[in-house]
Design a binder for this molecule. Sequence first.
Ligand code: NAD
Length: 248
Amino acid sequence: TAEELSHARELVAGADRIVAMTGAGISTDSGIPDFRGPNGVWTKDPAAEKMSNLQAYVGSEEVRRASWQSRVRHPGWEAKPNAAHQVFVDLERAGRLSAVITQNIDGLHQKAGSDPARVIELHGTMFESECLGCADRRDMREALARVRAGEVDPPCERCGGILKSATISFGQALDAEVLERARAEAVSSELLLVAGSSLTVHPAAGLVGSALSAGATVIVCNASRTPYDSPAAAVLRGPLGEVLPALV
Ligand code: NAD
C-alpha cells in the first residue's frame, strides 16, 4: 500500500549505513529465472534441483554432463543489469551503502557499477571454475570452450579432478571468510534492505536474523512471503523494478 511505501521510504531516508541483501528475484527482470518464483527453474522442473546438489554432482557423471550443458546455455552470460541493480549503485555513490550481500552468482551488481570490493558473493560466481580436488580456480571461459569443443565432463587440467562452476551447491560449505564478512556487514548495518530473496536458503537467510538481533531495521522487498516478513519493519510486495526506485 501507499502507506507502507511511504513508511519504508522514511526508514531508508533516515539510514546512513545501509546494507543490501539480494537474491535471484533481483535478476529476473534481466532474464535470469529464479528458483522458487512462479517461473522458477525448480518450480518448473523439480529434477533440476539435482544439478545444484554437490553429492549428486560428485557422484554422477550424468548429472555433471547435464550441469555443463545447462551452464553453457545459462542466460547469465548475456544478461544485463536492470533498474533494481542500479538503485544500489546510486545508494553507494551517495555514500550510504556499505555493502551488497548477494546470493546471486550472475555478477550483475558489478556489471551495473557497484564497487566489486563492496559486493559480497555468498554463493560464489559463475565466471570462474574450481577444481573439487586441488581447488585450482580459472576463468570459466576455459571450461566452457572445452565443453563446446565436445568434452562432456571436462576434468581439471592440473590434477584431473572434478571441475565445477565456482558456485556453492547444496551440501557445499560457504567460504568461511566470505560468510564472516557478510555477517560483520549485516550486524553493523543500520538498515538491511532485502530484495528478491525467498530467505529460505541457509546460512544466507540467517544473516537477516543476525542483523535483527543486532538492532538493525529490516525492510523486505519480495513478491512472495518470506519467513522474516513479520519481524521486518516494512514489507513491499510489488515488482522490484518499481518498488526499489520508488523506495530510494
Ligand atoms: P529464490 O528463487 O528462492 O527466491 C527469489 C524470490 O524473488 C522469490 O520469492 C520471488 O517471489 C521473488 N521475485 C522474483 N522476481 C521478482 C521481482 N521482479 N520482484 C519482486 N520479487 C521477485 O532465490 P534466492 O532467495 O536467491 O535463493 C535461491 C538460491 O538460488 C540462491 O542460492 C541463489 O544463489 C540461487 N540463484 C541465483 C540466481 C542468480 O544468480 N541470478 C538465479 C537463480 C538462483
